[in-house]
Design a protein around this ligand. Structure first.
Ligand SMILES: N[C@@H](CCC(=O)N[C@@H](CS)C(=O)NCC(=O)O)C(=O)O
Length: 214
């Protein structure tokens, strides 16, 4: 296979690339790098991404990292089953949503994850956890308003694949530490229905972070 996909299990950045690869039916070889074993710091991977972060791809000898650049590259190089609208305004909307979710959604979601799941129960600080949840709820009010139809930009797009992993993080926290994350039933109804729509995509299951499978 010509394309190699380097990912870390649970990385939201890698998840959006994975969904994009699957949606487009691109042939790829997945290579999971272990964060615990510092596999992202090994010389052979640093030769692909000197920052030592996943995701990264090597497509026919072309190495690329940064998830949004990868998704845009895949869209252009493999135009089948397009994930960008045809018109400039639609494309601008997708790119705006991607930028916005990285600024607004990612930070409180990853804060919540690190304050709940990456510390021992005794080290959890309820105030910090509540703050992260409050920031997420403020964010959700925007996203609830943005979602007018089935998908964020009128059609399934790179925006949906970017937003989904960030929203899934606080739900994952709730699954692992009940009461400390966000319950699906507490999400705005249109967002919860949209999450289910993404999860119903025929290739979705394949992209679930492997370590979540137990
Ligand atoms: N802006 C980058 C962020 C990538 C990133 O932060 N990846 C994390 C995993 S979620 C990583 O590889 N961390 C390993 C490390 O920093 O050592 C992107 O969009 O690809």
């Amino acid at each position: 296979m010509a394309l190699t996909f380097y990912f870390g299990s649970g990385s939201p950045f890698a998840w959006k690339v994975w969904l994009t690869l699957e949606h487009k039916g691109i042939a790829y070889t997945p290579k999971r790098l272990s964060f615990d074993n510092d596999e992202t710091r090994k010389p052979e991977f640093l030769a692909i991404n000197p920052r030592g972060r996943v995701p990264a791809i090597v497509d026919d000898g072309f190495a690329l990292y940064e998830s949004n650049a990868i998704c845009e590259y895949l869209e252009e190089q493999y135009p089948q089953k397009s994930l960008l609208p045809k018109d400039p305004k639609g494309r601008a909307l997708v790119r705006r949503l991607i930028g916005e979710c990285e600024d607004g959604l990612y930070k409180p979601g990853s804060d919540l994850m690190s304050k709940v799941l990456y510390v021992s129960p005794a080290e959890r600080d309820p105030k910090q956890i509540d703050e992260a949840k409050a920031r997420l709820r403020e964010e959700l009010a925007y996203w609830q308003g943005y979602l007018k139809g089935d998908f964020f930009a009128g059609q399934l797009s790179l925006a949906d694949f970017s937003i989904y992993p960030y929203l899934r993080m606080p739900v994952r926290v709730e699954e692992r530490a009940p009461g400390l994350g966000l319950k699906r039933e507490d999400l705005p109804a249109n967002i919860a229905a949209w999450m289910k729509r993404i999860e119903a995509l025929p290739y979705f299951e394949k992209t679930i972070p492997p370590h979540w499978r137990g």
